[in-house]
Design a protein around this ligand. Sequence first.
Ligand code: NAD
Length: 271
Amino acid sequence: MIKTVVMGAAGRMGNRIINMICQSEGIELYGSVERRGHSAVGKDVGQVSGLETLGVSIVDDLNSIVNNCDVIIDFTTPMASLNSLKMAAENKKAIVIGTTGFSIEEKDYIHKMANKTRCVLAPNMSIGVNVLFKIVEEITKIIGKEYDIELMEAHHRQKKDAPSGTAMKLAEIIADVLNRDLNKVGIFGRKGIIGERSREEIGIQTLRGGDIVGEHTVIFYGTGERIELIHKAHSRDNFAKGAVLAAKWIVAQKPGLYDMQDVLGLRKERN
Ligand code: NAD
């Protein structure tokens, strides 16, 4: 049985991940952590998650429980996740990080630390979105040079980072295939007399409002036609399902940094 610790246990994703672990076979909830001072600390995590009492209290220090677990699942904040990764590396524990909004320097740090343990980092753990990544890569290879490519993402009003990690990942996939530098061709919103659109630019628009779980649209505009690919998350359970799948998978891997393409076997070869 794989013993899991869930970071951010009282958060929106933490709640769904705990529910998913309780419904899954071969994996159990060993511990749960919330930030110091959170009202859920000290409470039974089952009660906080809308389940029956699980006999697992929420603690405020990963260090106190990390030793006896196999894998940590972390959907919190960039700073908290980097700290979890450091502890995972020091204690040779596997880790799944779903948090988004890391800076380039923080991503470099994740690469370095992941080699000391086993880490899955993915801005979107949904199976559908990871299939979308693959399809977008293939379509870009076929028509990307001749078509204008635009992305749109929409999320709930509480989301802190923009554009979403998923939209950034989609833009990176497109830029990589077309050999373009996203720092130069990424256009994050438009205003004023902006002139004609260049063929090279990749437009990325962000919408925020209400309780939208997550929507991503990739559009390839051609002459007289367009292809639109849309993914809509109906609930957070699709991310939670992917996170639990990743946790079960990562415990058996060699040290290194992986993503959901690896977990789902969608990558032809490791980079
Ligand atoms: P949330 O704010 O509801 O939950 C985050 C939780 O982390 C909070 O309860 C907070 O108190 C807790 N936390 C903060 N610092 C902590 C610490 N040091 N130790 C322990 N807990 C700590 O946010 P959310 O909607 O659950 O999203 C969390 C992150 O996951 C965001 O970055 C979001 O973009 C990302 N996310 C990723 C995916 C994916 O598939 N990869 C899907 C949805 C959300």
